[in-house]
Design a protein around this ligand. Structure first.
Ligand code: NAD
Length: 275
């Protein structure tokens, strides 16, 4: 079993730097997949209302037998639930699905700016946080302009912005903006969803040099940038492989080779237009 280092969020809450994502894991499989991840040493699990597997995720966590406080659970509010009252209702539903009385981190999944609701949504998040039902609150897929609006409207700076981030989309400017404002960067899609990215010759060369896999290099790169990272897999051997990234270090030459892989091409939607 492997232990992961922690990152301290801007409200003092401690979050494991590497966690487990469950996007596209069917609810019926989530219980065993999450249990396998916890067995392998993951202590942070990332789900969302959109994934329709909060219930299975909750069952997997319960099945681990670990005390709730040893796990860090994130879920996200879906776009159609944005707005003050609808957010409060959606959060109650998420907690009921998870079978929990609090989450560690609650995120606005997308800014969906065309809806014009993310500031009202954030006010509901502040209330949920003040009630202790989310230990930390944050956002996902927010651009600097969206964050700036929250800063102007609210006293609480998001603890986290979870964004698409991998060697082909390195998000240097957004990471700098986060650092300047005390927001932790969390990388989704850190493996570029698998195939294309992991076959890249630069990654495979660095992997060969260290005797690790391209997936481990991509995750180690993210860790060395200082970001939180949440790879997903349903394959037990890969679940175990992906958490073993703390026993080797990329040197300057490796980091430079990976820096050269940036293309700026997204896998996911454009945060300015998705609604
Ligand atoms: P990912 O980059 O983690 O890729 C996962 C895929 O990579 C797997 O399905 C598998 O095909 C492959 N893979 C995994 N481990 C491997 C290994 N060791 N070797 C070879 N191939 C391997 O993609 P993701 O699931 O999109 O992102 C991770 C998590 O981020 C999600 O599960 C979810 O929790 C979160 N996420 C958030 C958002 C958001 O909008 N906030 C969007 C997408 C994903």
């Amino acid at each position: 079993m492997s232990r992961t280092p922690a990152v301290t969020l801007n409200n003092g809450v401690s979050m494991p730097q590497l966690g487990f994502g469950v996007f596209q894991v069917p609810d019926a499989e989530a219980e065993t997949t999450v249990a396998t991840a916890i067995e392998a040493g993951y202590r942070s699990i990332d789900t969302a209302t959109l994934y329709q597997n909060e219930a299975g995720t909750g069952r997997g966590i319960a099945a681990s037998g670990l005390p709730r406080e040893e796990l860090f659970v994130t879920t996200k509010l879906w776009n159609t639930d944005q707005g003050y009252d609808s957010t409060l209702r959606a959060f109650d539903t998420s907690l009921a699905e998870l079978g929990m009385d609090y989450v560690d981190l609650y995120l606005i999944h997308w800014p969906a700016p065309a809806r014009g609701s993310y500031v009202d949504t954030w006010r509901a998040f502040e209330r949920i946080h003040s009630e202790g039902r989310a230990k930390a609150i944050g956002v996902s897929n927010f651009q600097p302009a969206h964050l700036q609006r929250l800063f102007e409207a609210s006293g609480i700076v998001p603890a986290v912005n979870q964004i698409e981030l991998h060697p082909r989309l390195q998000q240097a400017e957004l990471r700098e903006f986060h650092a300047a404002n005390g927001i932790a960067t969390e990388a989704w899609g850190p493996l570029g969803r698998g195939k294309g990215l992991l076959d890249d010759p630069a990654l495979t060369r660095v992997a060969g040099k260290h005797g690790v896999s391209p997936a481990q290099v991509a995750l180690r790169w993210s860790v060395q940038l200082g970001t939180i990272v949440i790879p997903k897999s349903v394959t037990p051997s890969r679940i175990r492989e992906n958490i073993h990234v703390f026993g080797f270090k990329l040197d300057e030459e490796d980091m430079a080779a990976i820096a050269d892989m940036h293309t700026g091409v997204r896998i996911g939607p454009d945060p300015d237009t998705l609604s």
